[in-house]
Design a protein around this ligand. Structure first.
Ligand SMILES: [Zn+2]
Ligand SMILES: [Zn+2]
Length: 103
């Protein structure tokens, strides 16, 4: 199981995982889209959003093998973002949208 992140730093309800990520991990650059996040808390903090767990694992493996940057400390993990509860849960529903690539 991957950890689910529900906590962020404001009282709004985020419907978009990009906004959620910016709120939950201030100072980290946020790229991609999707409800899974590779959270990098190395000195070069960033959050990479992806839609599919398979991509998340692929990216995480790349970060772990090659490092996320010059100051990499190996602090990378996959989390799921828990958005507004009236949105469909992940990963019960696959995106019907084929135009999705992790980068
Ligand atoms: Zn927030
Ligand atoms: Zn790193």
């Amino acid at each position: 199981m991957i950890p689910v992140v529900e906590q962020h730093h404001c009282s709004k309800r985020h419907r978009n995982s990009t906004y959620f990520a910016r709120c939950a991990w201030p100072g980290a650059s946020v790229t991609g889209r999707g409800q899974l996040a590779i959270v990098i808390t190395c000195p070069d903090a960033r959050v990479v959003l992806v839609e599919r767990l398979r991509w998340a694992h692929t990216l995480l493996a790349e970060f772990n093998v090659f490092g996320c940057g010059p100051g990499c400390e190996g602090a990378h993990e996959i989390v799921a973002i828990d958005l507004d509860p009236d949105l469909p849960p992940f990963p019960a529903q696959r995106s019907p949208n084929p135009e999705e690539r992790p980068r």
